[in-house]
Design a protein around this ligand. Structure first.
Ligand code: NAP
Length: 676
């Protein structure tokens, strides 16, 4: 029997003398797992000394490119992963979520890195604020890399996705990681890590794997390190109170179990599309991954008036679910991950039986021996009292859900909140006000609220699917943590620091031109190629006087005859203007005419404006001048150009600011071989 190995300090290591792991379907032993022999202190030190510096050499865009390459690499050859995945009890579609869904998270984070982060090593967080009357002392925030190691402790249920959804933001942040999967299914994680290491795409030391116990790893963590845990609430509680975690304020994020709810609105009556969508979603959540999802619906909260209809509809649909061999494409629901898990779920159902009655707990098992494999029939329970503590606290981590009745929207909200904090709740209703009342009523108790009506029934990504773009996590029992959510989770692995100083120092430190700091005249900045252009390169333009003819011509050209531009009396009567004013877009157009460099040159295109404000009206006779300053540069590697953000300030002869905005341009790099 093979030993599941660890990858630490640049090599694979393992011992045959480990805990036996069994095949979920046949019950036969398939591997042993043990981390005996791993030097945990040296593993953490290796990440900090080898992986960390290699990652911090790279920009966010470099790392985003590697995530994309890795995603493609994993998607190119999934056959062995799918084959092994059936040993965890997963059907083909369960495995798709785990394997291809996991690779999809890498691709999504590659996009986040390239589109939402600069091609730099530090993020500037928001605009600087003035801390002195004359603007000579400012404060800004930067988010920079931490020279520590991230330890990822994962649950057994998604051996691939569970690793990759943490790997992507951590890697993008520039932090090396040690992955410790749930032991029961770590053989699948190991196979994927082998593929990752063999690809050579990620710098050595950025990913290490511990198969088996985490040993004394947590004892060796320091103030720059982080732990991201996924698993049961009990283990989360134990780990977050680990003396070293407390002593060194090690950043700790927990994604724990929760009693997620699906609420059927009172207006989603039987026969409505929302009623049918609700029934289908409950059954899907019970049977996908045999209910072993942290997000699965555990409490089905329905109006008492239709509880019987819901029972009948769910039972009827469950009757069509084929349970059996996950390798058979006809199978809808496979096995639990292990016999231990099955026994654990049985114990939870037994505990729930004190306050529930059974609606359904039998099924036919196709082509498998349920006495040997970890099979369990979908189990539908009915709660007698909707306030019974057990239904809101016992998580049966399998194909088990409890029907809970409510009387009125306020009651539904209270019942959902009894879960003490959950990852997700779904609301099914055709009625907008009912949706708003339920969603806002339960929002504080949930990390995600998934609202379904007929309009999105076919396009919803589903109750149980955390999306890379949206936060995943929840308050209270759900762990109080947050993962995913696009760029938000990248920041979890970085340090936000407030920087105070003069405008020039803030510009130098952030690499972003700050209002009040030096502006340099190096000729017209639009004549400079991307490499030549420096932050702070600026132009102050000639002036141009706005005339009434300009305003009328602009109105004719655009069709914008708004009274404030065309009717002196009406404009005067308005509480804002003293008479006819120039169109804001005329001011912008005049500004462009003032600063543009007309002949072909390095500036390829204007791609937009950000943060536009018309700060003061511009009247006929006003003389406009533009101060244009290179604010931020971001190279698009390999494309031959970079993006340049310009600070634009349009001022009048009274010294007032007429408009401020940021102009976005694409600026060409110097042609290859051009020495200029
Ligand atoms: P678990 O027993 O809490 O284990 C989770 C992880 O913690 C495993 O890798 C486990 O390793 C490790 N672990 C246990 N004791 C440890 C210790 N003293 N020091 C370091 N690591 C330790 O949970 P599970 O049974 O694997 O997973 C099922 C639970 O996870 C369910 O309750 C489910 O709701 C929850 N879950 C939550 C999410 C979420 O995103 N919120 C996602 C998936 C699952 P070993 O396997 O080696 O014991």
């Amino acid at each position: 029997m093979r030993a599941v190995e660890s990858y630490v300090q640049g090599s694979w290591t393992g011992t045959a003398d480990g805990v036996t792991v069994n095949h979920a379907v046949s019950g036969d032993p398939i591997a042993t797992i043990s981390s005996a022999g791993v030097d945990f202190a040296a593993t953490a030190a290796y990440a900090r000394a080898v992986g960390g510096p290699a990652l911090r050499e790279l920009t966010f865009h470099d790392r985003a490119g590697m995530l994309r390459a890795l995603g493609k690499h994993l998607l190119a050859d999934t056959a062995a992963l799918y084959e092994l995945s059936t040993a965890t009890g997963a059907t083909r579609s369960d495995s798709w979520v785990d394997i291809e869904g996991g690779a999809g998270v890498l691709m999504a984070y590659s996009g986040v890195g390239r589109r939402e982060m600069p091609n730099a090593k530090v993020v500037v967080d928001g605009e600087p604020v003035s801390l002195s009357r004359d603007g000579s002392f400012l404060g800004a925030h930067i988010i920079g890399p931490r020279p520590g190691v991230a330890v990822h402790i994962n649950a057994f249920n998604f051996p691939c996705w569970g690793m990759l959804e943490k790997l992507a933001p951590t890697f993008l942040a520039g932090m090396p990681m040690i992955v410790k999967p749930g032991s029961q299914t770590a053989y699948l994680t190991e196979l994927m890590v082998r593929s990752i290491i063999d690809s050579g795409i990620l710098p050595e030391g950025s990913v290490q794997l511990i198969s088996g116990s985490a040993g004394d790893l947590l004892d060796h963590l320091g103030p720059q390190d982080a732990v991201a845990f996924t698993g049961s609430a009990d283990t989360a509680r134990m780990l977050r109170t680990h003396p070293t975690i407390i002593e060194n304020s090690v950043r700790f994020n927990a994604e724990a179990d929760s009693l997620n709810a699906a609420i059927l609105g009172e207006s989603a009556v039987p026969g409505s599309s929302e009623f049918d969508l609700f029934i289908a979603e409950v059954v899907k959540e019970m049977t996908t991954k045999a209910g072993q999802k942290c997000t699965a619906i555990r409490r089905v909260i329905v109006p008492s008036t239709v509880a019987a209809d819901v029972e009948d509809a769910i039972a009827a649909r469950l009757a069509g679910v084929r349970v059996g061999d996950p390798a058979d494409p006809e199978t809808d629901m496979g096995a639990l991950a292990s016999l231990d898990q099955r026994d654990e779920v049985r114990r939870s159902v037994a505990a729930l039986s004190a306050v529930t009655s059974v609606i359904l707990d039998r099924c036919e098992f196709h082509d498998v021996d349920p006495a040997r494999g970890a099979f369990l029939a979908p189990t539908l329970l009915r709660a007698g009292d909707n306030r019974a503590e057990a239904i809101h606290s016992i998580e049966a981590f399998g194909p088990v859900t409890t029907l809970v009745s409510y009387g009125g929207t306020a009651d539904a909200i209270e019942v959902a909140a009894l879960g003490q904090g959950s990852l997700v709740a779904s609301v099914f209703t055709p009625d907008d006000s009912e949706a708003a009342e339920l969603a806002l009523g339960i929002a504080a108790h949930h990390g995600r609220v998934h609202v379904v009506d007929e309009a999105c029934g076919a396009t919803s990504t589903g109750h149980g699917s955390p999306m890379p773009q949206l936060v995943h996590g929840g308050p209270g029992r759900a762990g109080g943590g947050e993962e995913l959510g696009g760029v938000r989770s990248v920041h979890h692995y970085m340090q936000r620091t407030a920087i105070q100083g003069s405008p020039d120092k803030i510009t130098a430190i952030t690499g972003t031109w700050t209002n009040g700091s030096r502006r340099t005249d190096n000729g017209h900045p639009f004549t400079l190629h991307f490499e030549e252009l420096q932050i702070g390169d600026a132009i102050t333009t000639e002036s141009r006087t706005i005339t009434i003819d300009d305003i009328e011509a602009f109105a004719e050209l655009t069709g914008d005859f708004f009274y404030a531009h065309m009717d002196e009396e009406a404009a005067k009567a308005s509480p804002i203007f003293n008479g006819r004013v120039a169109h804001g877009y005329l001011v912008l157009s005049i500004a462009a005419g003032l600063f543009v460099w007309a002949p072909p040159g390095p500036v390829l295109a204007n791609t937009g404006l950000d943060n536009l404000r018309f700060a003061a009206p511009s009247y006929p006779g006003d003389e406009l001048t533009v101060h244009l300053t290179a604010k931020e540069k971001s190279l698009r590697a390999g494309s031959g150009y970079g993006e340049v953000r310009w600070d634009a300030q349009v001022v009048n002869q009274r010294g007032e600011t007429a408009a401020t905005y940021e102009l976005l341009t694409m600026v060409a790099c110097r042609p290859q071989g051009d020495p200029a």
